[in-house]
Design a protein around this ligand. Structure first.
Ligand SMILES: NC(=O)c1ccc[n+]([C@@H]2O[C@H](COP(=O)([O-])OP(=O)(O)OC[C@H]3O[C@@H](n4cnc5c(N)ncnc54)[C@H](O)[C@@H]3O)[C@@H](O)[C@H]2O)c1
Length: 339
């Protein structure tokens, strides 16, 4: 299939693009390219990419594709809170504009990268039918996109919603602002696994390669299995508390210790998610578990002599890096490239 992947140079996008190519799909990415690759020896230049802001995409850019995997956007809660209207514009309004263009040019599958954060603060174990309770501008942008995308469904246009758990694991474009990667990075660089909250919040977790494979499964599946459907992406056994993540890291990284911040903030994003549907309806099973994922990040960081300086490096932190790009006047306040 001919697949168009937005956000293909990001943390998940680089992994997805490569795995789609391995599955013999014909792939073109589209990315503004905000973030540099993690390490000099990473080869991302081989990924065929239209270097463009999704806000500037036209119909002509989309002609001839069978599926879109839509990942581009402002990708976390803190970023969303700092500029709520930009999060709304890029993550929600542009998603719908892109979907409408895709529909006009006859692209059948529009696979949207939503998030389990749509469930927000929720005491129960949630599934795809549960009430959504988005707590942040980021989560609201995902929920609004889901609602409007579904209204566009027709026999010739099929929105498919993937509500992904929080991702961890190694990628050519690593993020350290995600909980598992962050805690391993903290342990590797300082010996301290620093919890910023009390550690009681639940997090469903998902390895970056498993997230990529869920997208590929939706590209490949018979249309009637996925069209107009919602899937939580993750696995039941990887619903853990932040403290449990820290305890696993403690066992794997020698001489590390857990430190709980004095302010001891209560984290108001806490949810446990049921992942049965994607398993029973699509046969999707994660290949990674959290212990192996932590060991893998640890081994990679050890190989690279991961240091305190590395852990401070803004390129691993989305919000810090965008703020720096604005300060350097490489992008403007609307996050558009300055020419
Ligand atoms: N990482 C997670 O834990 C997680 C969990 C659930 C859902 N998601 C969603 O998956 C997607 C990918 O997440 P990620 O972790 O790879 O994020 P990321 O920030 O690493 O990647 C996003 C990519 O989109 C690009 N981008 C941003 N705005 C753009 C624009 N206006 N035009 C063109 N490109 C633009 C960036 O340059 C970047 O390469 C996001 O939509 C995110 O909300 C991620």
């Amino acid at each position: 299939m001919k697949v168009f992947v937005t956000g293909n140079l990001g943390y998940v996008g680089t992994v997805l693009h490569k795995r789609l190519l391995e599955s013999k799909h014909d792939v073109t990415g589209c990315d503004i390219g905000y973030f540099p690759k993690s390490w000099d020896d990473e080869e991302n230049s081989s990924l065929k990419t239209l270097k463009k802001d999704i806000r500037d995409i036209t119909k002509d850019d989309l002609i001839g594709y069978d599926a879109i995997c839509h990942l581009a956007g402002l990708s976390n809660d803190p970023m969303g809170e700092i500029n709520q209207s930009l999060t709304n514009e890029i993550n929600f309004l542009e998603t719908i504009r892109l979907a409408k263009l895709a529909k006009q040019v006859g692209i059948q599958r529009f696979i949207f990268s939503s998030s389990c954060s749509a469930y927000g603060l929720n005491e129960d174990l949630v599934n795809e039918k549960s009430k959504l309770s988005p707590q942040t501008a980021y989560a609201k942008s995902k929920v609004n996109s889901e609602i409007e995308l579904m209204k566009l469904q027709e026999p010739t246009f099929s929105p498919i919603i993937l509500r992904n758990a929080t991702v961890y694991g190694i990628s050519p474009n690593l993020r350290l602002d995600l909980v598992v990667n962050n805690l391993v990075g903290s342990a590797m660089s300082s010996g301290k696994i620093k919890l910023l909250s009390d550690g009681t919040a639940w997090r469903p977790l998902l390895h970056v390669e498993d997230m990529a494979d869920a997208f590929i499964q939706c590209v490949d599946a018979p249309l009637d299995q996925v069209a107009g459907n919602f899937f939580n992406v993750g696995s039941n056994q990887d619903n853990v508390t932040v403290l449990e993540i820290a305890e696993k890291i403690l066992k794997i990284i020698p001489n590390s210790k857990i430190e709980i911040a004095e302010s001891n903030n209560k984290d108001n994003r806490s949810y446990r998610v049921n992942f049965d549907k994607i398993n029973t309806e699509l046969g999707f099973k994660t290949k990674w578990n959290l212990d192996d994922g932590i060991k893998d990040i640890y081994e990679e960081m050890k190989k690279r002599n991961f240091s305190k300086d590395d852990f401070q490096d803004k390129k691993f932190f989305r919000l810090k890096y965008l703020t720096w790009l604005i300060e350097q006047e490489k992008i403007n306040d609307e996050l558009k490239l300055n020419s």
